[in-house]
Design a protein around this ligand. Structure first.
Ligand SMILES: C[S@@+](CC[C@H](N)C(=O)[O-])C[C@H]1O[C@@H](n2cnc3c(N)ncnc32)[C@H](O)[C@@H]1O
Length: 297
């Protein structure tokens, strides 16, 4: 079994609506089209989804048909528990001096037509090799992190897990005296706290800085830290974390390392193989019986 902090067992199943024999198993990786695979999951069985969909045909993936993002949103809403978050890392391509608006359309349609609510839209500020210098455009160094919420309020929000250090910790930086009742001179300002709440711009080095050759066998990975932060903030140990488009398995590896259960899907057998090898080498992970089968996609 894996070296997870609280090793989940398949027998724990999914808390509402059990997975039956022959169905998908938690802590499993699946090869296949995610839509028919997701259709086999019970309602309200997933605590958190962390994923990055293909968009605007920027890359060629070995998939039978382009992914229907609306159908994906519907399935994810169905399988997500009340209060659960779906974190989507997504961007927009540009053509003839105009952005595609794919991420904007997705956010609006998933909220207006499907019933998700946009908890927050953070920016993943990419630090890495500068990429091409465009004569007529800015160099794009961000993607969106759409944090979509099912229901009234997030069931889990460990924002303290993402605190960032303050620049002037311990200093008393205000020059305006704090009025103290009964004294004309005022009291010194309070010392700046060592940490503060994270803002909505999240800076990370790109995956190439991680120097993980196995992971870089996939052309479009998200940084480990980005997936790890989302999991730490929006899930508890033992929760089920899903990535229906897992690529090299970043979400599953980070979930396993933090003692969460995971489920990963990808249409490409080669990428699922990378994810399997990453789980074994980076999280001491091992799939539970039943996780190795081909999906029906
Ligand atoms: C941007 S990549 C995900 C990368 C991943 N976040 C990582 O860190 O490695 C998107 C993935 O979606 C997969 N994909 C595309 N369409 C799919 C579908 N219909 N069903 C399952 N996987 C699909 C592709 O094979 C690709 O690996």
């Amino acid at each position: 079994m894996s070296a997870r902090a609280t090793p989940p067992r398949a027998s724990e199943g999914l808390r509402s609506g059990e997975l039956h024999k022959g169905e998908l198993h938690v802590s499993g990786l699946y090869v296949g089209d995610c839509l028919p695979l997701l259709a086999r999951l019970p309602d309200e069985s997933v605590d958190l989804t962390v994923t990055s969909p293909p968009y605007d045909h920027l890359r060629h993936y070995d998939t039978p048909t382009p992914l229907n993002l609306t159908a994906l949103g519907q399935q994810l809403l169905r399988v997500t528990r009340e209060g659960g978050i779906c974190a989507l890392v997504i961007g927009d391509s540009a053509r003839h001096y105009a952005k595609s608006l794919t991420s904007f359309r997705l956010a609006v349609s998933w909220c207006d037509a499907l019933g998700w609510r946009l908890f927050e839209c953070c920016l993943y500020h990419r630090h890495g090799t500068p990429g091409p210098w465009w004569r007529t455009r800015f160099r794009v160094d961000h993607e969106f992190i759409l944090l979509l919420l099912k229901g009234e309020r997030p069931g889990v929000f460990h924002k303290e897990a993402l605190y960032v250090p303050t620049k002037h910790a311990g200093e008393r930086v205000s020059y305006r005296p704090y009025p103290r009742r009964g004294t004309p001179w005022g009291a010194p300002p309070p010392a700046v706290q060592p940490h503060q709440c994270r803002g909505t711009v999240w800076p990370y080095a790109t995956s190439s800085a991680e120097r993980n050759r196995l992971k870089l066998g996939h052309p479009a990975t998200m940084p480990d830290r980005l997936a790890a932060d989302l999991i730490a903030c929006f899930s508890n140990p033992g929760d089920l974390v899903l990535d229906p488009l897992m690529g090299s398995g970043t979400t599953c590896v980070m979930a396993a390392r933090q003692g969460r259960r995971y489920m990963g899907m990808d249409a490409s057998p080669a990428y699922v193989d990378i994810a399997r090898r990453r789980l074994a080498s980076e999280a001491g992970g091992q799939e539970e019986e039943g996780g190795k089968g081909r999906g029906n996609g």
